[in-house]
Ligand binder design. Structure first.
Ligand SMILES: NC(=O)c1ccc[n+]([C@@H]2O[C@H](COP(=O)([O-])OP(=O)(O)OC[C@H]3O[C@@H](n4cnc5c(N)ncnc54)[C@H](OP(=O)(O)O)[C@@H]3O)[C@@H](O)[C@H]2O)c1
Length: 438
């Protein structure tokens, strides 16, 4: 790209970087490599003037001038030669205090920190608005996928009813390997750790906490409500067995860890993360390996899907850079983006949510059992969509596999309690939700 002679000389915007690890390092390389192009396109020349790290002596992949590096992050946010602050340290503190200080001193902030925004987003967005500066966070949800900006801007007038995401790459990789290679959960987790997709302690990913934090942010923007990670019901993938996956495939489903944010007609909302059987013909079923995707349903727009890399230095830095450019252009023009008003969320209790379920029940193989078991569903208001019996003739037990129509979760819980109390029921081995219409 060549510079337009009619455009005034690019105005320099100096970036103060908090953190120079996977994302910060990739961002520094991107800014260095792309700054001429960015200047020609936008009229803003980016330069990284200061970088805070924990240990300045640690060897780094990027070449950094000694004068740029500091171990004092507070000095970066207050420095006169920093116009825009980028927070890629992660965690709650010191990130929260540093961002608060930056916003209070009128500096726009870009952050990739889902944990912080999921717990303290509403407070920080209010602060940014009060000081008339940007707080942008595209990379905090679904890494490199441009999704937050389309949701906030292109879909600002849309009546979004449901957002369904595969927003944790680690669990999607594990489930893909269990599905395609027939690996056990333990084998797939070990491979994910060897490839660097999963941490030594994988709880945040496999327990659904990471996806829950991102889902809270997504629901907040999609529905304009103030939500935190504590409002999200989450179940992880540790209980999903190779057997569940094989049965799901046979029935025409893929098991995925989905984050589902819904708004109902009475304006109540619900956000939940759980393993889900996704019909093979649904676009989300084809999202494999560590890829992420977000599927949006709106009354006017219909269905949309955003797909890409949800993590990794390059993809995440690309999303951060887009925000840095946006914040810089706004700064130069004296404007800022607003997230609008966040109203308190009216949360629909989990027990009242509609869900279809897949249930695998081990029963005594004797006459009349099927009718008894099916009767329990009926008396609790749960209607059965399909049922099949698995188990060789002559076995003492048989396995009954049910898929229900959407039912209140409270009614399904009552069905399970009653089933467990029956003498003819040996065990209930699997209870997995099935993706259906909203
Ligand atoms: N990695 C991804 O794929 C990804 C994707 C989406 C979002 N994110 C988010 O991006 C953020 C950064 O992730 P990351 O993977 O780049 O983390 P990382 O590789 O662990 O890097 C963290 C950086 O912060 C620095 N740091 C930590 N504590 C500090 C302190 N008290 N003061 C100054 N510097 C400090 C570290 O310094 P040293 O280098 O000296 O240790 C390091 O440079 C997190 O919020 C994460 O959730 C990451």
């Amino acid at each position: 790209v060549t510079e337009n002679p009619d455009r005034p000389a690019p105005r320099t915007v100096r970036v103060g970087l908090l953190g120079c690890g996977t994302v910060g390092g990739a961002l520094t390389e991107l800014v260095t490599g792309r700054c001429d192009d960015i200047a020609a396109r936008t009229g803003v020349r980016l330069t990284v003037s200061r970088i805070a790290v924990r240990d300045a002596r640690r060897p780094r992949q990027v070449q950094l001038a000694d004068a740029v590096l500091t171990e004092d992050p507070a000095s970066v946010v207050t420095a006169d030669d920093v116009d825009v602050v980028v927070e890629v340290i992660g965690g709650i503190e010191p990130a929260r205090t540093l961002i608060t200080t930056a916003l209070r001193s009128g500096k726009p902030v870009v952050s990739a920190n889902k944990e912080l925004l999921a717990h303290h987003g509403a407070e920080l967005f209010e602060l940014a608005d009060a000081h008339g500066v940007d707080l942008l966070f595209e990379a905090a949800v679904a890494g490199g996928i441009p999704f937050v900006r389309p949701l906030r801007e292109s879909l600002a007038g849309e009546d979004v009813t449901r957002v369904i995401g595969i927003i944790n790459g680690t669990t999607n990789y594990i489930l893909t390997k269990m599905t395609e290679e027939g690996w056990s959960y333990t084998e797939a987790l070990a491979e994910a750790q060897a490839l660097g997709y999963a941490e030594a302690d994988p709880t945040a990913d496999v327990g659904g906490f990471d996806a829950g934090a991102k889902a809270a942010i997504i629901a907040g923007i999609a529905f304009g409500v103030a939500l935190s990670a504590e409002d999200v019901h989450h179940e992880g993938i540790t209980e999903v067995s190779a057997d569940d996956i094989a049965t799901a495939r046979r029935l025409g489903f893929q098991i995925k860890l989905l984050a589902v944010a819904e708004r109902f007609d009475d304006n109540s909302v619900a956000v939940r993360v759980h393993p889900t059987m996704v019909p093979e013909e649904h676009p989300l079923a084809s999202v494999r390996d560590s890829f992420n995707a977000v599927f949006v349903e709106g009354r006017a727009v219909g269905e949309l899907m955003f797909y890409g890399r949800g993590a990794g230095g390059g993809p995440t830095a690309s999303a951060v850079l887009g925000d840095v450019i946006d914040a810089s252009v706004n700064l130069v023009q004296g404007s800022h983006a607003s997230l609008g008003v966040f109203t308190p969320a009216s949360l629909r209790p989990q027990s009242e949510l509609p869900s279809a379920f897949y249930l695998a029940v081990e029963v005594a193989d004797q006459p009349g059992v099927l009718a008894t078991v099916a009767g329990v569903f009926g008396t609790n208001g749960v209607s059965i969509r399909s049922m099949e019996q698995v188990g060789a003739d002559g076995d003492a037990t048989a396995r009954l596999v049910f898929i229900t129509h959407a039912a209140r979760e409270a009614d399904v819980s009552a069905t399970l309690i009653k089933l467990r109390s029956l003498d003819v029921v040996g065990s209930i081995d699997s209870v997995i939700r099935v993706l259906g219409d909203a």
